[in-house]
Design a protein. Structure first.
Length: 128
């Protein structure tokens, strides 16, 4: 007697979802980890220079075309803000970087810039 085990639809969909979606998820995690590192670089630079508002000017000038419509019509761009976080780009969104540097009052008091970066990036994603 030969027993043939057939996969149910649920088992098949779980197997294909895990194997087909895993590389994309892994890449997404790598890029999101990159956002933590880039955020840390911003904080480290602000800590060394001591003038975060001056540092905020560079990304503001570089990203003016992206920032202008967001500040002008904030409510209409909420979904755009979330999409900025989910792009395969290792940098946090420009609006986030500018806002964070503008609001940073005493960068010298930050003990662990990496943990602060993780915390700020996650807050930025969920606030987006």
């Amino acid at each position: 007697m030969i027993l043939v085990a057939e996969k149910t639809k649920l088992e098949y969909s779980i197997d294909t979802e895990i194997t087909e979606g895993t590389p994309a998820r892994a890449m997404g995690l790598v890029y999101f980890f990159g956002k933590f590192l880039e955020g840390r670089a911003d904080l480290d630079s602000a800590k060394v220079i001591g003038k975060p508002k001056v540092m905020a000017e560079a990304p503001r000038k570089i990203g003016f075309r992206r920032l202008f419509p967001i500040y002008k019509r904030e409510a209409e761009f909420r979904s755009y803000r979330v999409l900025e976080w989910l792009q395969l780009d290792p940098h946090p969104p420009i609006y986030f970087r500018v806002e964070r540097l503008d609001n940073l009052s005493e960068p010298q008091k930050i003990r662990n810039t990496f943990l602060k970066s993780i915390k700020d990036n996650l807050k930025g994603l969920f606030k987006g």
